[in-house]
Design a protein around this ligand. Structure first.
Ligand code: ADP
Ligand code: NA
Length: 328
C-alpha cells in the first residue's frame, strides 16, 4: 500500500454519539478512500483515566467498533484495531518517554483542564501525566503523514511534533513530523445546548432507536428567548438549528425553517419534527448495519485481528528503526 498513512483513535469509554459522527467519523469514511488509514480503539488511553474500573473496557471496544462499522468505517480499506493488541504502542511510549521533558507535560493545557474537570477521579498518576507521550507514540508509530483532529486536539498534536523533533535531534531523522488535517465540522451541541459529550448526559447516541432520539429531541433546548409559540426566535441561538445545519441537506427547507423561526411562522415542535425526518432517514441504514454486525461477534473479532496484524507490520518496521537509532 503506497498511500500516505494516517492515524486516529478514539477511547472506548462509552457509546458514540452524533457529535462523533459529524465531527470525526463522516470524515474518516472519506479519508479511508484516499489514505492508508489506521483507526485505533485506544484502550490504553481509556485505562489511563479509568484504571480503577476497567470492567467494561473490553465490551466497550466492541461497542465502539460497532458504531464505526455502522457509520461506514470499512475494515477492507482501513486497519481497524485495538491499541493494546499492537504491543509496539507500549514500546514506543517508553522510548519517547526517555526524551520528553517533564515540563512539556506539566504545561499541557488538556492535562491541567482534565485535572480540574475530573476531580472525582485520582489522576495523579505517572501514566496520566504521560498521556500525550502515548498519543505521540500512537501517531509516530505509523510515521503518520497527518492526523485528522478537531481544534480541541491541536495542542496535543503540536506536542507530538515537538517530541518527534527532539527524538530526531538526538538520534537522527526517524520520524516525519505529522501534519494536521483539521476536521471541518464545528462543535455539535447536545440536548442542553452545551457541546454534545459522552460525559454531559446530553448526547444522541448512534445506537439509540429513533423513539429514544425523539424523546430527547422533543425536550431539547431551543432559543431560550422563545418562550411561547408566538415569540420570534433567533436560529443562531438555538441548538436545534445547529443540528439541522449538520444533518438537514435540504437547502430549501432549511431556509424556510430559518425564516419561520425568525417570524414565528413555525413552532419549535414543528421544527424538531422536521429535524427528526432527516435524522431518521440518515440513521435508518446505519442502525440496520449496526444490528447486523452486532450478531456477528466472531466476525468482529476477526476484523480486529486482521487490523492489528496490518498495524503490527508497520509498527515493527518503525520500532526496528527506533532500536537501531537508539543503539539498543
Ligand atoms: P475521545 O475521548 O476518544 O477523545 P471524544 O468524545 O473527546 O473522544 O471525541 C472524539 C472526537 O470526536 C473529538 O476529537 C472530536 O473531533 C469529535 N467530537 C466529539 N464530540 C463532538 C461534538 N459534540 N461535535 C463535534 N465533534 C465532536
Ligand atoms: Na477528547
Amino acid at each position: 500500500d503506497n498511500r500516505k498513512r494516517i492515524f486516529s483513535a478514539m477511547r472506548p469509554t462509552g457509546r458514540l454519539h452524533y457529535g462523533h459522527m459529524a465531527g470525526a467519523l463522516i470524515n474518516w469514511v472519506k479519508l479511508q478512500d484516499e489514505y492508508n488509514c489506521f483507526w485505533g480503539i485506544a484502550d490504553w488511553h481509556a485505562m489511563m483515566s479509568d484504571y480503577a474500573d476497567p470492567g467494561r473496557l473490553k465490551d466497550n471496544c466492541y461497542e465502539i467498533l460497532l458504531d464505526w462499522l455502522a457509520v461506514g468505517v470499512d475494515p477492507e480499506k482501513a486497519s481497524v484495531f485495538v491499541q493494546s493488541h499492537v504491543k509496539q504502542h507500549a514500546e514506543i511510549h517508553l522510548a519517547l518517554s526517555m526524551i520528553t521533558p517533564l515540563g512539556w507535560l506539566q504545561r499541557c493545557p488538556t492535562y491541567k483542564e482534565q485535572i480540574l474537570n475530573l476531580q472525582n477521579k485520582d489522576l495523579s498518576t505517572y501514566a496520566f501525566l504521560g498521556y500525550p507521550v502515548l498519543m505521540a507514540g500512537d501517531i509516530l508509530l505509523y510515521k503518520s503523514f497527518a492526523v485528522p483532529v478537531g481544534e480541541d486536539q491541536s495542542a496535543h498534536l503540536e506536542l507530538t511534533r515537538e517530541i518527534a523533533r527532539r527524538f530526531n535531534g538526538f538520534y537522527g531523522e526517524i520520524f516525519p513530523e505529522p501534519g494536521t488535517l483539521l476536521t471541518p465540522a464545528a462543535k455539535m451541541p447536545g440536548t442542553d445546548g452545551r457541546k454534545m459529550s459522552k460525559s454531559y448526559g446530553n448526547s444522541l447516541q448512534i445506537a439509540e432507536d429513533m423513539d429514544t432520539i425523539w424523546g430527547k429531541v422533543r425536550t431539547m433546548m431551543t432559543d431560550p428567548a422563545r418562550e411561547r409559540r408566538t415569540d420570534k426566535g433567533t436560529p443562531e441561538k438555538c441548538p436545534v438549528w445547529d443540528v439541522h445545519k449538520f444533518f438537514n441537506k435540504d437547502a430549501q427547507e432549511l431556509s424556510e425553517i430559518y425564516e419561520g423561526c425568525m417570524t414565528a411562522g413555525i413552532g419549535c415542535v414543528d421544527c424538531k419534527k422536521k429535524l427528526m425526518v432527516h435524522l431518521s432517514e440518515m440513521m435508518d441504514p446505519i442502525q440496520k448495519r449496526r444490528t447486523e454486525f452486532a450478531k456477528q461477534r466472531d466476525d468482529l473479532k476477526q476484523i480486529l485481528e486482521a487490523g492489528a496484524a496490518r498495524a503490527r507490520a508497520v509498527a515493527e518496521e518503525t520500532m526496528a528503526d527506533v532500536y537501531r537509532a537508539m543503539n539498543l
